[in-house]
Design a protein around this ligand. Sequence first.
Ligand code: MCN
Length: 821
Amino acid sequence: MSPRGTTAAGREARLDSRSGRWIGAGLPRREDRRMLLGRGVFAADLSRPRMLHAAFARSPLPAARLTGPDTAAAREMPGVVAAYTARDLGEPYLLAVLERPEFRPTRMPVLAGDEVRHVGEPIAIVLADDPYRAQDAAEVVDAEWQPLDPVASIEAAREESARQVHPGLQGNCLVELTMFDDERLPGIFGNAGLVIEQDFSSARVAALPLEGRACLAEWDEADQQLVLHISTQVPHQVRTGVAQALEIPEHAIRVRVPDVGGGFGLKCVVGREEVAVAAAALRLRRPVRWVEDRQENLTASFHGHEQRYRVRAAFGDDGRLLGLDADIDCDVGAYSAFPFTAAVEPLMACSELPGVYKVPAYRARGRAIATNKAPTAPYRGVSRPQLVAVMELVMEQAARKLDLSPLEVRRRNLIGPGDFPYTGPNAITYDRGSYAESLDLAEKLVTEADWQSEALSLQEAGLRAGVGYACFSERTAYGTPAMSLRRMGMTPGYDTALVRMDPSGEVIVTTGTCGQGQGHETTFAQIVADRLGVHPDRVRLRQGDTDLAGYGWGTWGSRSIVIGGGAARRAADLVAERLRRVAAHLMEASPEDVELSGGQARIRGDEQSAIPVPDLARVVYFQSHRLPEELRYALEATQTFDPPGTFSNACHAALVAVDPGTGQVTLRRYLVVEDCGVVINPVIVEGQVRGGVAQGVGAALLEQVRYDADGQPVSGTLLDYLPPTAAELCPVQVFHLETPSEFSETGAKGMGEGGTIGAPAAVLNAINAALAADGVSFCQIPVLPRDVVAALGTGNGAGSYSGRGAGRARDERASPREAGR
Ligand code: MCN
């Protein structure tokens, strides 16, 4: 492990000075120039002659039987070319499957036929020559509604008398899992010196990419193919989903992905609207475009994150964790999204709850509970923002009860350097990490920067102030060995890369990963450039085309750099080997003596011997007769990589100020010690961390998709939803530790979700530290100003506060240590 503090990375295209390689160099993102000059091409920028615009008629009710719907009036509207209902399209549906007996598969109709299950569910698609005319016509689609009792919350769904959102469910459970049951647990809890009970709840959130969902479908007569240009994270799964729903072979569909303005998990599932657009284009043999508006995005796409935890933790008197027992409910909305299923949140929560801590005995029960709300997708971090917050609250509570420092309790339980490779009670094997070291470094940096003095000055100014920490790991790059444990009908994991050098010596890398702003064009080029000894500008990345790439699993789960990058490195190594052999043949040397660097092949130690790489490429393609048969005709290789998975880790620290008068929480300082193994590009990693922290702070302090008790969404605009702006954030300092992964070709570990995972816990702990002397402790996100005011209003060191839901508890046992903080 080699620590290095990096806060400002170089901006020029220079090799990493430590290693002399492109890996590690802080190259500016290649894609930024295109984006900043407005030259990006997004789905909504695509236009075709004779193109039609799609709009959807949607359910105004959360739950109802449906008769009709009738599109006659819509079809009479000016500019309207066609309108289809479920029946017109042959009632297509998407079906996500988990091969577990506890799972209840449910169909998600592309258009609802006889029942709607959430407000915003599409019931008809209208096609017109103009998007506004299409929308106007969608408004007049008629239907007869027979309202049903809406099931609008986990509590309502679990009531004995509750209506079942789908026939055949019990307790509205789409899946109910008991995992890692350990018969020692009752004894452990019976004899434990301390038992902590910790509740936690998190609100429903929206992924909120800048660009909502969008697509353009067109029929290609020459190729006899439906070409679907779509803003997605998973092109191959879109192809599979559309092929299954429309009952056509996969080769008859080509999915192409233009620039994508963010996904954050929302676009790693297949949407109904896109399937309907594909079906309409197939029928009409005309291009059809659909661009989601913000209201649709907030109310009718996919949400995430609405969870309730009840966790019991047994500790010894020495502050060591002895056992953990968890009960986790996830409100997954009305349907299982394709292909991940509604089980993705409870499965992740149950599997990963122990996190960075050694837990000798563990049991978790997790449920995916259906409600009459929009379905959920694997939002960035998937359950880990919550489970990290829970575990960090548990550590804080245990410290309070045992009158120990919260960081000391963490240290006694962290998986330590001598424990790796560590297999937890959750049957997961963690690769080497720096859990204790990252906490040590974070504490050192906080102490050196004297955050405590700043907190004291804030307190003297009449505010409350506190520092919070969060230690966590981020499991990334799940290959099929890890994913197969989930037993999805479609098991993701591997990815394949083709590396091809053309006759001019330029390199094209094609993968099944599919970035949405992560800077893949830059980092994949860095990996491949090092292997081939060329400048990264000579390497181009092609993603997001199912006709070009072998079957791949797209970009989610922070998988791309380890899996796609690993496959690319393997393939580049084969191309490099061929280049060395070609050069050796031409220079009458041994391939082992040939090195590739600076865009040339040369015999080691002989500066005069250099042949430029493009010259080698030209010989292979244009003068192949000069080479033996096995070196002729092509410079390309295809390789697949399917690792067990990697674990990044990090420690976040936050200093917040709380205004007791307004309840406003202000972020004053934030730092992250990040360990994602070998850093391919520090500028990009730091950008990912900072963006993730912003998202996590949003979840901790502001963001909430709200429904009223009748299942009507009430946060349909950004003013209601309230994402953070720059004004709500503070600079985020990022420091790196590098513990290379032995499960990764490059030593890199994924890290694209970490910022989002750690921030809610760090902010929550900071708020609780700030309010400890008031005897107030929150165990929910978001913590809104009105919550703070309400808690302080009745708190004040006396009485008890019981506010909204199970998410808040007043702690009457604040220790002297905290009172002094
Ligand atoms: N990286 C690196 N060195 C490492 C690890 C990563 O330089 N040791 C770089 C990679 O090369 C890549 C980026 O960091 O350019 C993220 O890599 P990785 O961790 O492999 O994650 P993915 O590329 O697979 O991205 C997925 C992840 C997820 S799951 C969500 S959700 C998310 C995120 O990335 N959505 C995003 N970051 C996002 N960033 C933007 N701008 N938009 C989104 O929608």
